[in-house]
Design a protein around this ligand. Structure first.
Ligand SMILES: [Zn+2]
Length: 551
């Protein structure tokens, strides 16, 4: 499944880099690179700001009034297309970044069925929806510590792509359970509702209480900023909200008890770096994407800046450590946000920065945060509009908002109009995104999203294809080759179990767990596998270790 295009691109980008250096142009990639110390363990901190177009980072820089931490380490660009579309969804984007394989819409950590994008190699139809190992799984097999962080629910597409395998990103049941049984050392984000039974949309329907499982596994299960900052455990599961965490501006304005993304990143680094074999950490600023879908300029600024603070934490560690690769990237553009819109068609050369930034500075909350303060009769419409920076509204404008059926869109549009901000869509976009990277062996030039998985794996000493061969063999084929008869037991439809039997041996492999139940000569025992068991609705895939359990 080699792609010819990316090789050509790598050659082109290397040639470009050589030309630039011989010209003595120091503006390009001039940041002093950390020297790799051989024989020391390598670490990777992979950071994704979801759905962030380049226009969002430009605006964030002007808004902040100084360089972003990311600016120091910009090294190239990334192509983001999926196996089937020019504009990717977060699920195949995460799959590409984590496993090195492009996939289909909504698919997490599995090979694609449809491949029609020019330059992407076809996949054998028999391999469609076969799990492929991610960088985190490879790092774990090497004895490194691992962590995942998001500001959305932790089961959301991008963190899911670095920690699980599922045919659809909305299948939080499978994703949450796999994450719990992946033995990840530090997991921080939202998504508590998918960990236990309940009545909400993502509550568990399989009867399992995963919070109890986590406590039995020795995790410190923390639910507030204070609990996170005070724990000394080397296994931490932080679940700070039923679904997503608040936008960073709203977190600050309401002084809620959630940690910032930078605080979560620092805590994870402090914890994981205690392993002398090194670590892999994935960090997502999840909600830039959601703000972009809503064309909410303030939400975008809030969470680009919070993400950038987290990048600074990662860079501070990497500079001291000397053997840590930091990559920061967006998985795709979103909304086509621009400084400049129809207001500026002809007069743009005369418009100062302040004409864009000053109206935005008046907002103290995102549209989500502001509208949470709105009373059901909208009697405080004026005050809520002011939270979103819309001051000096006329009585007619306030009345319009009080009766509007599209209040959120009206408010975001009013502010964008005041600040001369343009949006071309409420969906994702297909342009290349910036590549930010630091540390020894860092990637540079114009790369493909799949190249980043390969670069991280190589630096960590992980062979992704060998890891896939170890962790995901077809259970039916493999056990039948060894003389077993096999079946899938769906008596409990939410907890399917793969069963292999031969003479007096019975091996039971429950879905989404790293556990095998073995019965031999009427004696039963439980074995822990080195990976989770994945069911793609057609076949079970299990760790090779499951094949050699009988005594
Ligand atoms: Zn995304």
């Amino acid at each position: 499944m080699r792609r010819i295009w990316s090789k050509k691109l790598a050659i082109i980008s290397m040639a470009t880099a050589v030309t630039i250096s011989t010209l003595g142009f120091t503006g390009y990639n001039s940041f002093p690179e950390a020297k790799g110390k051989k024989n020391e363990p390598t670490n990777v901190i992979m950071m994704v700001m979801d759905g962030t177009s380049a226009g969002a980072t430009t605006l964030a820089r002007w808004y902040k009034g100084e360089d972003l931490a990311m600016d120091e380490i910009v090294v190239g660009g990334v192509r983001t297309h999926s196996a089937e579309s020019a504009i990717t969804d977060s699920a195949p984007a995460a799959t590409a970044l984590a496993t090195g394989y492009k996939s289909n819409d909504k698919v997490i950590g599995l090979l694609p069925e449809v491949v029609n994008t020019p330059g992407v190699d076809a996949v054998d139809p028999e391999d469609a929806y076969k799990p492929v190992a991610n960088v985190l799984e490879g790092a774990k097999l090497l004895g490194k510590s691992t962590g995942i962080i998001s500001t959305s629910e932790i089961q959301h597409a991008t963190p899911a792509g670095f920690s699980s395998h599922a045919t659809h990103r909305s299948n939080y049941q499978d994703i949450a359970e796999q994450q719990v049984y992946q033995e990840i050392d530090v997991v921080l984000g939202g998504g508590k509702e998918a960990l236990q039974p309940g009545t909400t949309r993502n509550a568990r329907v399989d009867g399992e209480n995963l919070i109890e499982v986590l406590e039995n596994k020795g995790y410190d299960f923390v639910e507030s900023r204070d609990e996170l900052l005070n724990t000394n455990s080397n296994k931490i599961w932080g679940s700070f909200a039923p679904s997503a965490l608040a936008y960073d501006f709203d977190r600050q304005a309401t002084n809620n008890n959630e940690p910032s993304l930078a605080e979560m990143t620092k805590k994870a680094i402090d914890t994981l770096s205690q392993n002398e074999k090194g670590f892999f950490l994935f960090v997502e600023g999840s909600k830039v994407d959601w703000a972009a879908h809503a064309n909410d300029t303030i939400g975008i600024l809030s969470d680009v800046l919070a993400f950038d603070d987290a990048v600074k934490e990662a860079l501070d560690f990497a500079k001291k450590d000397g053997n840590t690769m930091v990559i920061a990237v967006s998985d795709h553009g979103n909304s086509g946000i621009t400084m400049g819109n129809v207001n500026t068609n002809s007069n743009y050369p005369e418009i100062p920065v302040s004409a864009y930034i000053d109206p935005l500075k008046k907002a103290t909350m995102t549209i989500e945060g502001a509208l949470r303060q709105l009373k059901s009769d909208r009697s405080n419409m004026k005050e809520v509009a002011e939270l979103y920076g819309l001051d000096n509204l006329t009585a007619t404008e306030i009345e319009h908002l009080q009766t509007s059926k599209t209040l959120q869109a009206d408010m975001t549009k009013m502010l964008a109009d005041r600040a001369n901000i343009g949006f071309s869509t409420g969906g994702h976009t297909g342009e290349d995104v910036f590549l930010y990277a630091y540390g020894p062996s860092k990637p540079f030039g114009l790369v493909d999203n799949t190249d980043l998985a390969k670069t991280m794996a190589k630096f960590l000493g992980v062979d992704l294809d060998k890891t896939t061969d170890k962790l995901f063999v077809n259970a039916r084929e493999s056990f039948e080759n060894k003389g077993y008869t096999t079946r899938i037991d769906v008596t409990d439809e939410n907890n399917p179990v793969f069963i292999a039997e031969k003479q007096k041996i019975k091996i039971e492999l429950p879905v989404n767990k790293n556990i095998a139940y073995v019965t031999q000569n009427n004696k039963s025992y439980v074995k822990t596998l080195d990976g989770v068991t994945v069911y793609n609705s057609k076949d079970f895939y299990v760790s090779k270790t499951a094949l050699n359990l009988s005594k």
